[in-house]
Design a binder for this molecule. Structure first.
Ligand code: SRM
Ligand code: SF4
Length: 512
């Protein structure tokens, strides 16, 4: 590691004791009770196991999983549903903006048992928080999309296995300077938002051979948001090549990433400080061979799909069906039902999307009518109303102590109201995020709403800054802030005007 002027307090915390060390102490912590756990272990190191203490709901913990490529089996889902069910009304799960699941309401004393059950079905939550690589995203229709270029599933799994030592925890990569995101896109529509990841792989032909161009340094933070930039490197679509370059970049970042100011610790800040040439040379040095220059163009040339509804599958005679899960919130009953539907009608797979929705693949076409009549589809619809359809929301004030506003419930209520009032000719993607950390990715949305506090009638109330102009798919571009400090109570009127003036919406004709 380079010597750096002074280490920030999180670096000191990690130097005092590695985050992963709590793995061996879990049984003891559970026996003692969470109140007896040292504060720095409770609030920080437990995140290396995916366990998040929630100051908003003390004693009710959140567990963030790792779901490579967003795919789980019905057996795994069954276990997750059983875990959530234990906690009655406190238990729930959220589909995250990284194609992942977070379980809520968990009691600390149950974690040893929960982890034993996870191990039995091949689930892991290791290294999913703090200064680790987050859930690795891949094309949600990998292996079932007739237009796919590269199947990302094994590649994502191989990268996760390298980083986490097959889910057991890997001390080599548990002390990065900051969080780190990796995405592998195998389709033409950039379903994973490649450009907002620290490393992104996008399909590209190099002299007729299909592989990936590599992008680096994309990230959002309260201080700065950047789209990823080309590393000017191309790799073949093999696990060895993809894992190799991820390992090289992570090693360089781990050893040279900036550790004094935590606000400047993401990968892009190191690239800025070094310049791309020096960064590339360091990666090549680690690989032991020069980088193959990037292909002149990538193959992302479609608009982004949302996968809702029934779609013919690569495999003849089968369809995949995308169901809309309002702002990604699930309860135990819905989780059991999804597992059942996947088993009865599909091949047992359940897939999550970064839009916080679900895809059930391998539904035999002759069974579609029966499947489409299942009661769960009245709740999780194939064709929701236009604004509800493309709604994404971060956790917000219900569980997140960074939040400046409540997000999920408000997001749904406002979308439903505007859906009743407006005819929407084109999809309008609205993303809510409860604070400037941007977990809800407001910068990729047509309309992004970022929580803030505003003064109204002499009082401080919940409000938002409005972002617009985010585009996805081909030519993806980050949106920017267009209006600041709108009180949430005034938001419906402001959004209604914006949609009419700028996005082609028209008021619905009054009912006769
Ligand atoms: Fe995030 C911190 C939730 C995706 C940027 N994020 C948090 C914490 C852990 C804060 C906390 O301890 O309370 C939130 C947990 C709240 C809770 O109880 O759920 C949280 N982030 C989420 C999730 C659940 C939002 C969602 O509803 O989907 C997403 C979980 C993804 C996953 O499965 O791992 C989530 N977070 C993101 C994304 C979007 C993405 O990855 O595409 C971003 C922006 C992209 C990026 O990171 O470059 C994001 N989260 C942050 C940041 C700002 C990072 C920075 O460099 O400053 C923080 C704050 C931090 O890390 O200090 C943060
Ligand atoms: Fe919490 Fe802010 Fe992230 Fe929303 S954006 S989950 S409020 S940290």
């Amino acid at each position: 590691m380079t010597s750096q002027p002074s280490l920030n307090r999180f670096e000191q915390l990690k130097a005092a004791k590695d985050g992963l060390a709590v793995k061996d102490e879990l049984e003891q912590f559970a026996a003692l009770g969470w109140e007896a756990i040292d504060k720095s272990d409770l609030e920080h190191r437990l995140k290396w196991l995916g366990i998040f203490y929630r100051p908003v709901t003390p004693g009710k913990f959140m567990l963030r999983l790792r779901i490579p490529n967003g795919i789980i089996t019905a057996d795994q889902m069954h276990v997750l549903a059983e875990v959530v069910q234990r906690y009655g009304d406190d238990g729930s799960a959220d589909i995250t903006t990284r194609q992942n699941l977070q379980l809520r309401g968990l009691r600390f004393e149950d974690f040893p048992d929960i982890f034993r059950r996870f191990k039995a079905v091949g689930l892991t939550s290791v290294q999913s928080g703090m200064d680790n690589v987050r859930n690795i995203t891949g094309s949600p229709v990998a292996g079932i999309d007739g237009d796919e270029l590269i199947d990302t599933r094994d590649l994502v799994q191989a990268v996760q296995d390298m980083i986490t030592n097959k889910g057991e925890g890997n001390a080599e990569f548990t002390n990065l300077p900051r969080k780190f995101n990796i995405a592998i896109e195998g389709g033409r529509d950039n379903a994973v938002h490649a450009e907002i990841n620290d490393i992104a792989f996008v399909p590209a032909y190099n002299a007729g051979e299909l592989g990936f161009n590599v992008l680096v340094g994309g990230f959002f933070s309260a201080r700065r948001c950047e789209a990823a930039i080309p590393l000017d490197a191309w790799v073949p679509p093999t696990a060895a090549a993809v894992v190799g370059i991820c390992r090289a970049i992570l090693t360089v970042y781990r050893d040279y990433g900036l550790r004094s100011n935590r606000q400047k610790a993401r990968l892009m800040w190191l690239i800025d400080e070094w310049g791309m040439e020096r960064f590339q040379a360091a990666i090549a040095d680690h690989l032991g061979h020069p980088l193959t220059p990037a292909a002149a163009k990538d193959e992302i040339d479609w608009d982004k799909r949302d996968h809702l509804g029934v779609h013919p599958q690569l495999q003849p005679g089968f369809s995949f069906v995308g169901l809309h899960i309002p702002v990604g919130r699930l309860d135990a009953a819905a989780m059991f039902e999804l597992a059942r539907l996947a088993e009865v009608y599909g091949n047992g797979e359940i897939r999550w999307t970064v839009e916080q929705n679900v895809i059930l693949p391998f539904i035999a076409n002759e069974n579609l009518p029966m499947f489409l009549a299942e009661p769960l589809l009245e709740r999780f619809r194939l064709e929701p109303t236009p604004l509800t359809r493309s709604l994404v929301s971060c956790t917000g004030a219900q569980f997140c102590n960074f939040a400046l506003v409540e997000t999920k419930q408000r997001a749904v209520a406002i979308a439903q109201t505007l859906d009743q009032r407006l005819d929407i000719p084109h999809r309008i993607r609205i993303h809510w995020t409860g604070c400037p950390n941007s977990c809800g990715q407001p910068q990729v949305a047509d309309i992004g709403l970022m929580g803030t506090k505003v003064r109204k009638d002499g009082k401080t109330v919940e409000g938002v800054d409005i972002y617009m102009g985010g585009t996805v798919g081909k030519d993806a571009q980050l949106g920017t802030c267009v209006q600041k400090g709108i009180a949430c109570d005034d938001l419906i009127a402001v959004l209604e005007s914006l949609m009419i003036e700028k996005l082609g919406a028209t008021p619905k004709a009054p009912a006769p």
